[in-house]
Design a binder for this molecule. Structure first.
Ligand SMILES: [Zn+2]
Length: 365
């Protein structure tokens, strides 16, 4: 062990000296070129520099794995859960109140001490709407602002959009476990530099932080397909649907984590986008079990937003897939490659057919 440390110390000194010498040789080459001495001498200096560089590269290649990478690996595979659009209306299985009870019980059985619910206060008028949000808060889950009316920034003027955020702030005042986090509906943070700037300024003035996601997916689409099948009187293979839900979401988690590792050089603390819907209430336990089996730990939203990417505001205006996707585009990733099963309706439809999730439409009399 001691010998290893001495060897790596000598190696570091050698590297440092080598880099210094390389820099001096470079300076010398420039001086020589500037003083107009013959090309042959410049080439000889460059050749010596190239040989030294090759030696240094070889020396670096034998270096042991650096400690920071080991530390990063220990912090990888951490993910928090968020549920948007609460309190949602009636779903294919549950009325709103029943769903809140089912979801709370499932989270409890999965030992999830804290997830965040992003709320549209405009839905408080639904039966038991406000009370449902209060029941999530009272169970220890966190409450964030998802606007009053779920407006789309792309189709709304800045002033009206900000007013809608303020309305929700007022109505969310007084809930337990409130967090000053705002999640943009449709994950649209603005498609012009002016709108992005106006909104981030408005959030800052109000002390609100961007409640970003890192993992996008169409869980809402599965829920809507289920509802449609029930409305059409088709049979539903719930076990097959459970399989599709877990497979789709695990695919999304791996997809964005791989992008993060490739583009940011590390696996950040993730924030998974889900919705307060029936697929969540029915299958969240299976998803959490699959995540844990794959080595993930479920962290709190506070822990997730303590990640350094919370302070990295993406420059790209191509939004809609969350922060990792945006930062990856900033880092040079072609946004056309940012596609996968969990955000492709045609691929989800194909999987639902392949697994025989929904039966045929009943014949009309
Ligand atoms: Zn939403």
């Amino acid at each position: 062990m001691v010998v290893d440390e001495v060897v790596s110390g000598i190696r570091r000194l050698y590297d440092y000296w080598g880099l210094w010498l390389l820099a001096r040789l470079d300076d010398h080459a420039r001086d020589v070129a500037v003083s107009n001495v013959g090309h042959a001498e410049v080439s000889a200096v460059k050749a010596r520099a190239a040989i030294l560089a090759a030696i240094l590269i070889a020396a670096c290649a034998c270096q042991p794995v650096r400690v920071p990478h080991v530390v990063e690996a220990e912090h990888a595979k951490r993910i928090a859960l968020s549920f948007d659009d609460a309190p949602k209306g009636e779903g294919p299985v549950f009325a709103g109140n029943e769903r809140a009870l089912a979801l709370l019980a499932a989270l409890n059985r999965s030992d999830i001490e804290s997830a965040v619910f992003y709320v549209n206060s405009g839905k408080f008028e639904r039966p038991g709407g406000r009370a449902r949000v209060a029941s999530y808060a009272d169970a220890g889950h966190l409450i964030g602002n998802h606007s009053h009316s779920h407006l789309w920034l792309n189709r709304t003027d800045t002033t009206s959009y900000i007013k809608d955020i303020d309305k929700a702030e007022k109505l969310l005042d007084g809930f337990a476990n409130r967090r000053a986090w705002f999640r943009y509906p449709y994950l649209d943070e603005g498609r012009s530099a002016e709108k992005v700037a106006a909104l981030s300024e408005a959030l800052e003035e109000r002390g609100l932080k961007n409640g970003y996601v890192t993992i996008d997916n169409y869980d809402w689409y599965l829920d809507s397909k289920w509802k449609q099948a029930v409305d059409e009187g088709r049979s539903v293979d719930v076990e097959a649907l459970r399989g599709v839900y877990v497979e789709m979401l695990m695919g999304a988690v791996r997809f964005y984590d791989d992008i993060a590792i490739e583009s940011l050089g590390r696996s950040p603390a993730h924030m998974l986008l889900l919705h307060e819907n029936d697929v969540a209430a029915m299958f969240i336990e299976d998803l959490v079990a699959a995540l844990r089996k794959d080595g993930w730990s479920i962290i709190t939203p506070d822990e997730a937003y303590a990640d350094p990417i919370a302070g990295r505001v993406p420059e790209t205006l191509i939004t809609g897939q969350g922060r990792v996707a945006a930062l990856a585009i900033d880092a040079g990733l072609d946004n056309r490659t940012l596609t996968h099963l969990a955000i492709e309706e045609t691929q989800i439809d194909a999987l639902l057919i392949e697994r025989d999730v929904f039966g045929p439409k009943p014949l009309e009399d």
